[in-house]
Ligand binder design. Sequence first.
Ligand SMILES: Cc1cc2nc3c(=O)[nH]c(=O)nc-3n(C[C@H](O)[C@H](O)[C@H](O)COP(=O)(O)O)c2cc1C
Length: 361
Amino acid sequence: MSGARFGIWALVHGSRGALHDPDEPFDASWARNKNLVLEAEALGFDSTLIAQHTANPYDDEWDELEAWTAAAALAALTSRIEIIAAIKPPLVHPVILAKMAQQIEHISGGRFGLNLVNAWNRAEYEKSGIPFAEHDERYAYGHEWIGIVEKLLRGERVTAKGRYFDVREFQLRPADPFRARPMIYVGGESAPAQDLVAAHGDVWFINGQPLEYVEGLIASARGRPREGAALRFGLSAFVIARETAAQAQAAFDHLLALSEKDYEIRARQKQNTDPAVVMKHTHIYNRPPIIGTNGGTYAGLVGSYEEVAERIAAFTQAGIELFMLQFQPFEAEMRRFAKELLPRIRNQERFSQQDIGLVIG
Ligand SMILES: Cc1cc2nc3c(=O)[nH]c(=O)nc-3n(C[C@H](O)[C@H](O)[C@H](O)COP(=O)(O)O)c2cc1C
């Protein structure tokens, strides 16, 4: 059994938790993100996820990092860390996107992945004049789109005529010399998201939430028709780890109090959110207050170093292989995670492997 992987969310639109934090002034610049990812790699993180938003989803007066050009540059600057860039299918034709993905795969030497997401932010589409279809229709489009991208990434000559695309005898060269194709991740929780990842994805990204729900989602996705290698799972989570549980709770309370200043921004964001997205209907919207996006602290990674390491181990046991993490202030807390948590987790993993060795050996 290989160990869990740990990644960081790039700060494409600034902080992921409280948006008005004197300890983390707003900064979504390329310079910050470049330094962040280079440091993450040096600290031993395995992956980074670059979300795609064309305009800042909180306030379009604020800066926003462009995911794909940044991914290409990061691919050239790094040497080990996986680079994942998100994509919303209607924003780029599948042939062009597959070509871009293949190029970044080459630049990175086989470390690239795309994260297919089917959108919630109505304003991003409508203000740019791109039709914002209803929820399941967006997934139908995404399904046809990724079917084409996936084959092109494999180096196949593709002819595909469907509801949305008419691709004829198209082939991309050079093909992937490192593996069959770059990784395909899918973010989203609805039934169509699960169908999509089972049919065309490698790893399903789940929003941060308690273990019992994550276990249910994993079982549900595993129950879908699928060919080839088993589906893998990633979890988004915001980490607040401290020496003691009380210190972690105090840090959480501090961020929560700060986030009260974000009330207006959150209200606007809510208005822009498609009411059909699954996140709006499940327990996630009846949850206790949280910090972070995509579930954030709802995953429960708030506590003492021991508690957080144990909860990560429990998620790993349930099938999570990649933890995509958020922190605040990001750089300082990322360093703390690398110093305090990564060695503990690796030790735990070694210990449990020895256990297995004893049982079967
Ligand atoms: C790990 C993860 C990453 C995501 N990244 C993005 C992103 O970069 N851009 C975006 O617009 N939406 C992103 N989303 C949201 C998805 O677009 C999706 O619309 C949302 O989860 C609702 O879909 P659902 O109804 O299938 O849950 C992400 C979701 C997850 C779980």
